[in-house]
Design a protein around this ligand. Structure first.
Ligand SMILES: [Zn+2]
Length: 338
């Protein structure tokens, strides 16, 4: 196994591969954001399609199937993601085609579109190219509206032979109950700190331990923070509200930063609340940047703020006005004087 293949979720992987002879037709991998669920799902799909006869639990990395998979063109595999996440240019072209009047480009969808599920339905009903399994990976599965989810459900209810659906979800509670009940659920936990740090170092991340702490233990979030301006920006915002200087923050119209900001503030507030109530902190208090606001908000205030952020989480994806949204989040931070 190369460093590129270094798996964050080796235990969950071993569990999945152990099912190889009698795979469920639908599997739901769920767990916190940034812990390696997609990496796990892709590695597992690659192993299930690998044509090596070896009993090794890892894909061989040499057969045609492994090569196609790594090149992103295995004929018996489909990855369905919202256009806004797509790594391939094909779907971007698709998004431009239906650009509406006057040739204006349509924005890439942040949800999985029903057309994508219809295409997937064609794929699963087509014969296998290699005479074996076909695998459909849907990520993140909660990013489907009800009609889209229902289009998928038909296939989960009457699965074509030799087809395996792998659904990946950060928020399984948002899936249709009928979808959840058709899947064998596999929880995916935050990986151990040592493993996560080793993985981050293998990816060339400097200061891996601090970024991992800042990301609440989620290594993919940590790498995103470390390798973009986002991490520094969020850390600076957090310091500013703690010092009661939210006006020093210029949120701009940076939509990309809003969801991670809500996530970070919520974890942070929850930890402060737990510590305030004399309990162990969930994120190890490692997110905290300093002693906290001078006004020492009561634990109940932190809890209320954390709950309020939970409510606003959904709005963070498409706020009417990103600047106002961020200003409001930061301005209502406990201890900030208004
Ligand atoms: Zn192979």
């Amino acid at each position: 196994m190369t460093e590129k293949d270094f798996l964050l979720q080796d235990e969950a992987y071993a569990r999945l591969v152990a099912w190889a002879e009698r795979l469920p037709h639908a599997i739901l991998l769920h767990g916190p954001r940034g812990v390696g669920k997609l990496q796990l799902a892709e590695h597992f799909a690659r192993r299930m399609l690998c044509e090596s006869r070896s009993t090794d639990i890892q894909p061989c990395g040499r057969c045609n199937c492994c090569n196609w998979f790594l090149a992103g063109n295995h004929p018996d595999f489909r990855l369905v993601e919202p256009e806004s996440m797509a790594r391939t240019s094909a779907s971007e072209e698709g998004a431009e085609e239906e650009g509406g009047s006057g040739g204006t480009k349509r924005k890439p969808s942040i949800e999985i579109r029903i057309e994508q599920i219809r295409e997937l339905n064609d794929f699963v009903h087509m014969g296998s190219h290699r005479g074996g399994r076909r695998i459909a990976l849907i990520h993140p599965a909660e990013d489907m509206n009800v009609p889209t989810a229902n289009a998928l459900l038909k296939n989960l209810e009457e699965p074509p032979p030799q087809v395996v659906f792998v659904l990946v979800s950060h928020r399984p509670a948002r899936l249709l109950p009928t979808i959840r009940s058709r899947c064998v659920q596999v929880p995916v936990a935050v990986p151990g700190r040592a493993r996560a740090s080793r993985w981050l170092e293998s990816q060339g991340v400097k200061d891996a331990a601090s970024w991992l702490a800042f990301a609440g233990g989620a290594p993919l979030l940590a790498i995103q923070f470390a390798q973009s301006e986002l991490g520094e920006k969020l850390a600076a915002w957090l310091r500013a509200v703690e010092r009661n200087t939210p006006d020093a923050i210029e949120p701009g119209s940076d939509r990309e930063a809003l969801e991670p900001l809500v996530d970070l503030l919520q974890k942070h507030a929850l930890d402060r609340a737990l510590l305030g109530f004399g309990q162990a902190s969930k994120y190890g208090g490692r997110l905290m940047t300093g002693p906290g606001p001078k006004t020492h908000p009561m634990p109940i205030e932190w809890l209320r703020y954390a709950r309020e952020l939970g409510r606003r989480r959904l709005l963070a994806r498409h706020p009417l006005n990103p600047r106002l949204f961020a200003a409001d989040l930061l301005g209502t931070y406990p201890g900030v004087e208004r």
